[in-house]
Design a protein around this ligand. Sequence first.
Ligand code: NAP
Length: 282
Amino acid sequence: MSNVNGKTSVVGIIGSPIQHTLSPIMQNAAFAASLLNYVYIPFLVRPDNLEQAVVGLKALGVCGFNVTIPHKTAIIPFLDRLDESAESAGAVNTVKLCGTSLIGYNTDGDGLVDSLSRDLDFLPGAEQILVLGAGGAARGAIAALCRSGAKKIVVCNRSLENALILMNDMKVRYRETCIEVIDQNQLSCECLGLTSLLLNTTPLGMNGERIEGINLSNFPEHAKVYDMVYSCSTTPLVKESSEYGFRAVNGLGMLVAQGERGFEIWTGQKPPEDVMRKALMR
Ligand code: NAP
C-alpha cells in the first residue's frame, strides 16, 4: 500500500459484511510478489446500494472486483456480459472491466477443480461424486465438474426440491454427465460404496457441527473427501474422514485457487506459485 501512486490499478471486493474477508491478504501479497502496481481493497456494499456501487466502480475505472455474500446473484442484471462459468453457476464472484463493459465470471467452481487436483490428486472422470448441498457453491462446483469431465454426480440436499431444480438446470447444459438426486433418507450403502469423492458444499462444520446421516464406513477404501468449509483447519468432516483413513481436506485450497484465477483474469498473468496460500497461512 505504501507504493500506491497515480498509476496504481485498483481491484477490490464488494460484500456485506466484509470485515471477515481474507481476499485482500492473498491478493495484495501476490501483487507485491509479482511486482505489479495493483492494490486490492474491501468495500462494504449493502444490498440497497449494489447498483450504485457497481456504476460507481465502473465510473472510477477499477480493473475489476470480487463479489461476495449477498451479491453473487443480485449483481447479474448490472453486468454487461457473463462468462460461461458465471452463466452456468447462476452466480458471479469475479468481475473484470474491459473497456466500458463489465464481465462477470465465477472462479469458485474451477477453483474447486484446481484444488481437487492439487490437494487430493482427484481428477474428475468416470468415478462417482457425491455432492452434499444444492446452493450457490454446489451450482458452481457441479458446473465446473461437468466441464472437467465428471461422468456421474449424485446430489443430496436438505431440501429435495432445490436439488431437483439444480439437477434439471445442469442436465440442460451438460448432457455428457449423468446427474442424479437422492433423498437424504435414501443414502444407501450401495450409493456410498460407489462413491470416490464426497464433496460437502453445505455450511455444516463452520461452527463445529457434524454432518448427520452419512456413515463413512460405507465408503470404499480409496474414497476422498473435500469439505468446502474453510473456517477451521480441521472441520468435523475432515477429522472423522481422516480417522477412517480417507484423504480429506478443507476448502482453503479452493479459496486460494479461486483467488489465483481472479488474479489471472485481472492481470493477464499467473500469480507466483504458493504466495497466496502462504499469506493465508501466516
Ligand atoms: P447457500 O447458497 O446458502 O447454500 C447452502 C446449501 O447448504 C443449501 O443447499 C442448503 O440446503 C444447505 N444447508 C444449509 N444449512 C444446512 C443445514 N443446517 N443442514 C443441511 N443442509 C444445509 O450457500 P453457498 O454459497 O452454497 O455456501 C455453502 C458453503 O460453501 C459455505 O460454508 C461457504 O463458506 C462455502 N464456500 C466455500 C468456498 C471456498 O472457497 N472454500 C467458496 C464458496 C463457498 P437447502 O437447499 O435445503 O436450503
